[in-house]
Ligand binder design. Structure first.
Ligand SMILES: NC(=O)c1ccc[n+]([C@@H]2O[C@H](COP(=O)([O-])OP(=O)(O)OC[C@H]3O[C@@H](n4cnc5c(N)ncnc54)[C@H](OP(=O)(O)O)[C@@H]3O)[C@@H](O)[C@H]2O)c1
Length: 243
């Protein structure tokens, strides 16, 4: 199929967690900056056109739990996708199947990177939600009836938005769903030298009931590098499910 090259790039604790109290340690900020430089910096190793995030990550990082302002009586929107005009060259692709995120603008700012928001919906999303996105000039793609149609999404990102290289940017549920579906080529993890031992926090990869299972996956180690500030950078090629 015609799809972008997909790599997953995440910063973790030494026990593979992607959130938790260890994130508030000031020294971890140096690792977080290094993580950013690897994918978004001027001399970045990766050259991505866009990155994908799960609904929970978008809520935590950008919409901050805001409820969408939906007009239940909005006029019916045209069928299909909506591609808004933008001068931005990077895309933030947000997987939000039901249309829950309370966006207020059509771009996000991550350090010094600004990106145009593309919402990924399924047919479950309401007319009112799509009308809200249109009024905010937020692009959206419909991919699937109830469940996400990965092939449809990825071919649209490549063909309609010219995304050649796409980063999986978390959280753990999103990352694992793409790996299980066979749509992740490479995993990059920067392990920061911290941990907090919490049993409640999210891991790099997580199953979700009704979406993914714990079928094991094998990886091929490609690169190990000691980084500044006690971090280790690992890169793996994804071999695939071992059934
Ligand atoms: N350390 C890092 O590098 C890093 C990076 C990113 C995020 N994070 C952290 O990760 C945490 C959130 O992670 P999470 O694993 O709980 O959630 P997540 O992956 O961000 O979001 C999960 C939700 O996204 C939607 N979704 C994701 N994949 C889908 C698929 N294949 N098909 C259909 N829907 C899909 C579903 O939304 P619905 O529930 O609406 O159906 C799902 O419940 C946050 O605390 C964030 O701060 C850390």
């Amino acid at each position: 199929m015609n799809r972008p090259y997909i790599f997953c790039h995440m910063i973790t604790s030494i026990d593979g967690k992607i959130d938790g109290t260890h994130k508030s340690i000031p020294a971890r900020g140096e690792n977080a900056f290094d993580f950013y430089q690897l994918a978004f910096g001027e001399d970045a190793y990766y050259h991505l056109d866009g990155w994908l995030s799960g609904r929970a990550t978008s809520e935590a990082a950008f919409t901050k739990g805001m409820q969408p302002m939906i007009d239940e009586n909005a006029a019916p929107v045209p069928d299909g996708d909506y591609i808004a005009k933008t001068d931005l060259t990077k895309y933030y692709v947000s997987i939000d199947p039901s249309g829950k995120l309370g966006w207020e603008t059509n771009s996000i700012q991550y350090r010094d990177t600004e990106a145009h928001v593309i919402e990924v919906l399924t047919e479950k999303a309401s007319n009112g939600y799509k009308a809200m996105l249109r009024s905010l000039e937020i692009s959206y793609i419909i991919a699937g009836e109830e469940l996400l149609d990965y092939e449809q999404l990825l071919s649209k990102l490549k063909e309609q938005f010219k995304i050649e290289t796409l980063m999986l940017g978390g959280g753990g549920v999103l990352n694992w769903s793409f790996i299980q579906a066979g749509f992740c080529d490479e995993v990059s993890m920067l392990i920061a030298p911290f941990a907090d031992g919490s049993a409640q926090t999210h891991a790099l990869f997580q199953t979700k009931e009704g979406m993914t299972e714990d079928i094991p996956v094998a990886f091929d180690l490609e690169h190990v590098e000691k980084r500044d500030n006690g971090a280790v950078w690992l890169r793996y090629k994804v071999i695939g499910k071992v059934e």
